[in-house]
Design a protein around this ligand. Structure first.
Ligand code: TRP
Ligand code: SF4
Length: 335
């Protein structure tokens, strides 16, 4: 591709409209990495099939997510943005990888144990193979760097192990690339309940595409310093999620003012939240404008995704050719 530092790959399950947690935890990093790396971003619809509740509205959720990512600044002219199932080579690599993966490794993974705990009635084979498919995603595109949240560390380590096992088993070197993980460094984005991580399933989220009024309404519901019961009580910004968000979205003088005034009851939480809502809305305004314009042209969004799949496919086909040769599968006609 170009004279950049290397190749980035990351994937996310299609969860529809994105929220502040997705923005600060993933999209912001995805956008920034485009300046230094050749980036490939994938909407992993096949991974979403592992849990039943995500299989509804897959198409719509894929569209809405792509729309948000593009409006946030993913640049499809340089970056490859595509839907996982549009490049079926990943399934073949998944099968090949499954032969160099020991069962115990998969059942030991914390992410698998968590899923078993949360969905005891749906412990399907695909769920067990989830990290194998993820390893296929990453290595099919020979990614050097994978930006993900820290919870994904075991999956990236697992991917590195698969690459080594594959090379060892087939007596080859450098057919695949051992990826590095790039842990996203962000403050944990809590939901409006101020207790748990922001997430759609907990319904404690603020959508990026929400209207300014809706945004303000949700911000006003945010939990503040739980010890501050009355307007006259002094508060502690260090334990307040509203303050955490101010530090991200408000000008530094305002953050400093709140830091001082909150502690001596000089500012009330209602005023403080209104200020946060205003700054958040101002920050999101250009995104919301771009999103509204893009939303008018749904065909263009799908064309961007189809074009991304075509470009991804070129890389995938090349890698699979090398993998088949390494494995020793009988060559296809003409190859
Ligand atoms: N497992 C990731 C998650 O749950 C999603 C994912 C699938 C992914 N394939 C990937 C992330 C490849 C990075 C690279 O968030
Ligand atoms: Fe939190 Fe602001 Fe209220 Fe202080 S004034 S407790 S920082 S919302």
């Amino acid at each position: 591709m170009s004279a950049k530092k290397g190749r980035v790959f990351s994937g996310a399950r299609p969860t529809g409209r994105q929220h502040l947690g997705n923005y600060l935890g993933a999209i912001k990093n995805y956008v920034g990495l485009q300046d230094e790396y050749d980036c490939i971003y994938c909407i992993v619809d096949l991974h979403a099939l592992t849990t039943v509740e995500t299989t509804q509205s897959l198409k719509e959720n894929t569209f809405e997510m792509a729309l948000d990512w593009l409006a946030m600044g993913i640049r499809p002219e340089e970056t490859i943005l595509f839907v996982q199932s549009h490049v079926p080579e990943v399934n073949e690599l998944h099968v090949i990888f499954s032969m160099v993966t020991m069962m115990g490794k998969l059942t030991d993974l914390p992410t698998f144990k968590e899923k078993v705990r949360d969905h005891p009635d749906n412990v399907n084979y695909g769920l067990l193979g989830y990290p194998v498919l993820q390893a296929a995603d990453i290595t099919l595109y020979k990614a050097d760097l994978v930006p993900v949240g820290v919870d994904q560390a075991p999956h990236i380590e697992f991917t590195r192990e698969i690459v080594r096992s594959f090379h060892y088993r087939y007596g080859v070197q450098d057919v695949l690339v051992e990826p590095q993980m790039k842990a996203t460094e962000i403050p944990k984005v809590l939901g409006i309940d101020g207790e748990r991580k922001m997430s759609k399933s907990l319904n404690n989220h603020i959508e990026l595409a929400a209207s300014p009024e809706e945004t303000q309404k949700l911000v006003m519901q945010m939990l503040t310093d739980p010890q501050r019961l009355r307007r006259d009580d002094p508060g502690d910004p260090d334990v307040c999620n509203v303050f955490t968000m101010h530090k991200i979205f408000s000008p530094s003088e305002e953050v400093e003012m709140i830091n001082v005034e909150c502690r001596r009851a000089g500012i009330g939480c209602v005023d403080c939240k209104k200020r946060y809502a205003k700054n958040l809305n101002a920050d999101l305004a250009p995104f919301r404008e771009r999103r509204a314009a893009l939303e008018e042209k749904p065909d263009e969004i799908w064309d961007i995704l189809y074009d991304g799949a075509e470009r991804a496919s070129v890389i995938a086909k090349q890698t699979m050719q090398e993998v088949r040769e390494a494995v020793g599968l009988p060559g296809r006609k003409g190859k």
